[in-house]
Design a protein around this ligand. Structure first.
Ligand SMILES: Nc1ncnc2c1ncn2[C@@H]1O[C@H](COP(=O)(O)OP(=O)(O)OP(=O)(O)O)[C@@H](O)[C@H]1O
Length: 451
């Protein structure tokens, strides 16, 4: 369990990939895969990073190990900034910080025996005594639950779970201080997953390891992590001790991930929060809170009487207009079997038909109870039927504002070592009379979560 001093300190780390075009490689944009994350891992601690596919977890791990060069920010290992390491220091660091991957197959050369694969790092780091290497490798195989005789076998002779054991043995053969495990069990049968996670926990205790565990599955993280960082679109939106994150999740994204964990408790089934769509394009992240385009708890304007589901649907409509809902698209909505390029799209579409089609598309009521909401929606439809998307956009912006779209939430301390970046946290604090406690020392947006 956690106790020691910080071994790894990640501060405002960014990794952007350049998108280029043409022979001159002109930059046309940047994929903000990791966009200002801050956390630390103490000696002997397991820290989990969780988030959906495409949130930037693997890029974060690779940048922390300097397999990718960071765009900005620092990574300190045992107090030293690894972003400034030269070749020799980097070699030493690579010995102390090892990585295992999702697919153990891809990390083994099928032509090399297990013994040869595991001895390789020892040779690279200067161990010339062959007998000694063999003794170390055999002992490590036994330690991960295999047999010393397995040393002369080949990767294809092992099951997926056994291969991941061999992967662990190879990562640990150099006695590292940090293990970075990127989705180590997601390719394995569920029945084998717990065995590998338990083995990792045992090895961690025995070797006093620090572990950075990356997974899209909070159930996996819960199994062995002391603390968790929840990652969304390049940012850490919540960080805290595992038990606090599960007992009192603050961020709607964390709540959605928790609800996605299959429950064996029948009474708890059916409470799953469904997130619409996938993680947005990191080269063009939504403004304000990056999660607002999918957030099931996005904050409605105070002046409107509107339920959460309707508000979510209205915001999806608003987003579609923002993305440019022109007359051709509307025509397609009205006439799904008639491609607009072949049809003569009229200058003015039929208002009632567009109104009905949009309400059906976004599952909106046929008449909103709040007359201002009704009038606001009708006005947007009018503007869209004549193709005035720009005015429709500004009209929707002023009629249906939300703080979630307007501004980036600041990181707030919500409990001991528990931080969250969400406007709902501000609202809750205001409602309970607590002073907003923004972390002004780390103004890097929601990624600024430190212990
Ligand atoms: N070398 C690269 N060049 C350009 N974009 C990249 C590169 N590597 C990753 N990306 C992009 O960065 C974003 C984050 O990818 P990353 O693999 O880190 O996410 P992830 O959360 O680990 O997802 P997964 O579990 O699917 O790997 C994605 O949009 C991905 O397409």
């Amino acid at each position: 369990m956690s106790a020691g001093r910080p071994l790894l300190e990640v501060d405002a780390l960014r990794k952007h990939f350049s998108m280029t075009r043409g022979v001159l490689n002109d930059e046309i944009g940047r994929v903000k895969a990791v966009d200002g994350i801050t956390f630390e891992i103490r000696e002997g601690e397991t820290f989990g990073v969780v988030g959906e596919s495409g949130c930037g977890k693997s890029t974060a791990a690779r940048t922390i190990l300097r397999l990718e060069e960071p765009t900005s920010g620092t990574v300190r290992f045992d107090g030293q900034d690894i972003t400034e390491y030269g070749r020799t220091e980097l070699k030493r660091f690579r010995r102390e910080a090892q990585m295992i991957f999702q697919d153990p197959d891809s990390s083994f050369d099928p032509r090399m025996s297990v013994g040869e694969s595991l001895a390789e790092p020892l040779i690279v780091h200067g161990m010339t005594d062959r007998k000694r290497r063999r003794r170390i490798v055999e002992a490590m195989l036994v330690r991960v639950g295999l047999q010393a005789e397995d040393i002369d076998r080949y990767p294809h002779e092992f099951s997926g779970g056994q291969k991941q054991r061999i992967g662990l043995a190879r990562a640990l053969v150099l006695n590292p201080r940090l293990l970075v495990a990127d989705e180590p069990v997601s390719a394995l049968d569920v029945s084998v997953q717990a065995e590998i996670l338990n083995l990792m926990a045992d090895l961690q205790r025995e070797f006093g390891l620090s572990i950075l565990l990356i997974s899209h599955n909070l159930g996996v993280i819960r199994h062995i992590c002391d603390r968790v960082g929840v990652m969304y679109l390049g940012e850490l939106v919540e960080v805290g001790p595992t038990e606090d994150i599960f007992a009192d999740p603050q961020h709607p994204y964390t709540r959605a991930l928790i609800s996605a964990i299959p429950s064996t408790d029948l009474s708890k089934r059916g409470e799953r929060v469904r997130l619409s769509g996938t993680v947005p394009d990191p080269s063009n992240p939504p403004r304000g809170c990056r999660f607002h385009t999918r957030c099931p708890e996005v904050i409605p304007p105070e002046e409107h009487d509107i339920d959460q589901r309707t508000w979510r649907s209205l915001l999806e409509f608003k987003q579609r207009v923002e993305d440019g809902l022109d007359r051709e698209e509307l025509y397609e909505l009205l006439h799904p079997d008639e491609p607009p390029e072949e049809a003569d799209v009229p200058d003015r579409l039929h208002e009632d038909a567009v109104d009905a089609a949009l309400r059906a598309e976004y599952e909106l009521e046929s008449g909103f109870t709040d007359s201002t909401v009704e009038a606001g929606f009708e006005r947007a439809v009018q503007l869209l039927t004549v193709g005035d998307v720009e005015t429709a956009r500004t009209h929707l912006e002023s009629t249906f504002p939300t703080v979630c779209q307007r501004s980036d939430p600041e990181t707030q301390t919500v409990g001991p070592a528990h931080r969250c970046a969400c406007h709902l946290t501000d609202e809750r604090r205001t409602a309970t009379g607590q002073k907003a406690d923004a972390d002004t020392s780390h103004r890097e947006g929601p990624g600024s979560l430190v212990e």
